[in-house]
Design a protein around this ligand. Sequence first.
Ligand code: 4NP
Length: 147
Amino acid sequence: MTQSILFVCLGNICRSPTAEAIFRVQAEGRGLEIDSAGTSGWHDGNPSDPRASAEAARRGIDMSYIRSRKVMAADFERFELIVAMDAQNMRDLQVVQPAGSPAKLVMLLDYAPKLGISDVPDPYYEDNFPEVLDMVELACGKLLDSL
Ligand code: 4NP
């Protein structure tokens, strides 16, 4: 069974830390290693976007412990499953994945086909945090079911 999962978006302050926090709650007691990172490094060391944290807090989910960090080569050894939020994240991950690394790259919304879209919309620009959290909760639950 998959034991280690990394969620990845661009900035690691909106979508992937939200997925990390939600999945950590959903997977409580399963002993999984769970983390998130960004492809850009633009927000390294920063807490999550307050709009994401506020929407998560409304749902009883704490994001205050998360700090942004950039994806690194070691992540492809440490994590069995790397979950991209959108197609650009996936392309960026494929570029930096070391040859022969065992990590499997997947798209989060592949686990929620009923949504009918493949990319988690970027709420940093669209300011649609409740909608994005609904999508992430649904898809993370299905991802957990699939493990
Ligand atoms: P995220 O959203 O990839 O879901 O964390 C973004 C955060 C920051 C920026 C873009 C997207 N930015 O341009 O700084």
